[in-house]
Ligand binder design. Structure first.
Ligand SMILES: *[C@@H]1O[C@H](CO)[C@@H](O)[C@H](O)[C@H]1NC(C)=O
Ligand SMILES: *[C@@H]1O[C@H](CO)[C@@H](O)[C@H](O)[C@H]1NC(C)=O
Ligand SMILES: *[C@@H]1O[C@H](CO)[C@@H](O)[C@H](O)[C@H]1NC(C)=O
Ligand SMILES: *[C@@H]1O[C@H](CO)[C@@H](O)[C@H](O)[C@H]1NC(C)=O
Ligand SMILES: *[C@@H]1O[C@H](CO)[C@@H](O)[C@H](O)[C@H]1NC(C)=O
Length: 499
């Protein structure tokens, strides 16, 4: 079967002037890991108004009857009434839910074919879905993936009643990144409510020390050139050497445009760790979104190839200067004047519990979920450590403690991650009617299912694509294997609906 559409896949990241380490931090983009789709004619697409759903605060304590308003969107344009059409539900994740997804993206193309009624539910605590008056650590106790799944279940039941949907109407869920995991877990935990799931780029295995992340970043650089990663390693080593003395430190201040000069107290290892993690993040942020989004400005026309062209270019100077050139290119793309690497400043921002704070778009919340459920810490422990060895897993655990309190220590994290894997089965998840989609250059695929384990839950591993690539609108220059994956997913959805 064919799906016809003509659209250009572009999307905008950020237009706010924010500091570099917060644009891409801990493997998460500001706004969440799945960007807004951006259509070249999107100004002509209709806007979909926000709606509000009365939700329970705590699904697991009948004694707590507190309610709050959860944001959702609906698009009824393709639906021809039951029993003819299914219901599609896009699961919100670690960022604000965007109405742009209600009129474009692969799932909307499927919705047109199958005449689906389309909903998107924003994840509790992200975007405008504020269950509690602020983001204090005490109030964040209701921020768990289990509560989020129960939100979805309660939403499905309530909406089914409201739209008078028959029991045989099929609900299909869609999610990318963390919601990719939620989509699979939804099918596992609530099979009586959800009939099928498209799980894109979902990290199903919780892991404290996610050192394989930078292994995949390395491999992705190697797809562009086989000297690129070596140049990164040489540049990183030169930064280490310059850091040892005062003249070298001044040099680093200038080369890397640091917002605050390295005070001579270079023994503040948290600052140094943060600096190295930020420089590594320059590469990770590009790899994770490689070629997902093409647009003439911003970082979205920067690809793995652009990074490696700089790293391999001898005439730009020694490797440290090329590392600095990559840094400058990304600062410019993010519209920033300097590189912010101060640990205390970062912690202070993440400690702000106000819904009005800069990190309330999701940074503080996602940190909380990693510190209490998933880990996912992209440490420098992988080998051969092209990005240095300055951000070991303990650096991240220290952040949990400094942001949320002493309780959130290593033992707590180990236990939390074990619990998550027990609750959901990690890579041994036992489900049917789920398709797991991963891309080979997306570092997150290292925690996902990339090989079919059972016929009822096939895996599609797309060679050469990045995070959630299959979810964006089709583009003329999509690689054929991406187009094939979208068609295969459509056929699977068709088979689930007809079951
Ligand atoms: C970049 O920042 C400047 C100064 O804050 C602002 O005027 C401009 O609109 C920003 N540009 C983009 C593309 O965000
Ligand atoms: C850093 O620590 C080392 C060892 O404790 C000490 O010798 C050195 O003077 C310190 N450097 C600075 C700049 O504080
Ligand atoms: C991206 O586009 C901008 C604006 O057109 C341009 O200045 C910049 O050089 C481009 N970057 C790359 C890596 O192509
Ligand atoms: C290397 O950098 C120089 C100086 O910016 C530039 O003129 C040249 O085109 C670059 N070479 C390549 C192969 O990109
Ligand atoms: C938290 O952020 C808000 C909004 O930016 C700001 O007004 C407030 O002063 C911050 N609180 C602290 C404790 O820094």
């Amino acid at each position: 079967m064919r799906i016809l559409l003509l659209s250009l896949c572009i999307f905008l990241f950020i237009n706010k002037n924010i500091n570099a380490w917060r644009v891409f931090h801990h493997g998460r983009m500001v706004g969440g890991n799945i960007g807004k789709p951006f259509h070249y004619r999107s100004s002509k697409l209709k806007t979909i108004p926000e709606k509000w759903f009365m939700q329970n605060l705590d699904h697991f304590n009948p004694g707590n009857d507190q309610k709050w308003k959860q944001k959702y969107f609906v698009n009824e344009d393709f639906y021809r009434g039951s029993p003819s059409g299914p219901v599609f539900l896009m699961i919100g994740g670690e960022g604000e839910a965007s109405d742009k997804w209600m009129t474009q993206g692969a799932w909307i193309d499927y919705a047109k074919v199958y005449k689906a009624l389309c909903f998107q539910l924003e994840h509790r605590y992200y975007g405008k879905s504020h269950p509690t008056p602020d983001l204090s650590t005490k109030n964040l106790q209701y921020l768990t993936s289990q509560q989020a799944l129960a939100d979805l279940a309660f939403f499905i039941q309530t909406i089914s009643a409201q739209y008078k949907l028959n029991d045989d109407v099929k609900w299909i869920v869609f999610g990318g990144s963390y919601p990719g995991s939620l989509a699979a877990w939804m099918r596992m935990k609530y099979p009586h409510l959800v009939h099928g799931a498209m799980s894109a780029s979902g990290p199903l295995l919780a892991e404290v020390d996610f050192k394989d992340y930078f292994r995949v970043v390395d491999e992705a650089l190697a797809t562009s050139s086989n000297t690129c990663a070596t140049a990164v390693r040489q540049g990183t080593t030169q930064v280490e050497i310059l850091l040892r003395h005062m003249i070298g430190q001044r040099n680093i201040n200038e080369k890397f445009k640091l917002c605050d000069p390295i005070d001579q107290n270079i023994n503040n290892t948290n600052d140094v760790s943060n600096l190295f993690e930020t420089l590594a993040g320059n590469f990770a942020g590009v790899v994770q979104y490689n070629k997902d989004n093409r647009i003439g400005k911003g970082r979205s026309n920067i690809t793995i190839d652009s990074l490696c062209e700089i790293m391999d270019n001898d005439s730009l100077g020694p490797p440290i200067d090329r590392l600095a050139a990559v840094n400058t290119m990304l600062l410019d793309a993010y519209n920033q004047t300097c590189l912010d690497y101060k640990y205390d400043k970062m912690i202070k921002q993440y400690r702000n519990v106000s819904w009005g704070s800069e990190t309330s778009e999701g940074g503080r919340q996602w940190n909380y979920q990693t510190c209490t459920e998933f880990g996912f810490f992209q440490s420098s422990a992988y080998s051969p450590q092209n990005f240095g060895n300055r951000f070991p897993v303990n650096f991240f655990i220290q952040q949990c403690i400094d942001i949320f309190g002493p309780k959130y220590n290593k033992d707590f994290l180990d236990a939390s991650v074990r619990r998550t894997n027990t609750l959901y089965g990690a890579l041994n998840i036992d489900v049917t009617n789920v398709v797991f989609v991963q891309g080979s250059i997306d570092p997150w695929h290292a925690l996902g299912i990339t090989k079919t384990q059972s016929l009822g839950a096939p895996a599609i591993y797309i060679e050469g694509t990045a995070h959630c690539a299959n979810m964006y609108p089709q583009a003329a220059d999509d690689p054929p294997q991406l187009t094939a994956a979208r068609i295969q997913i459509a056929e699977l959805i068709n088979s689930w609906i007809r079951l």
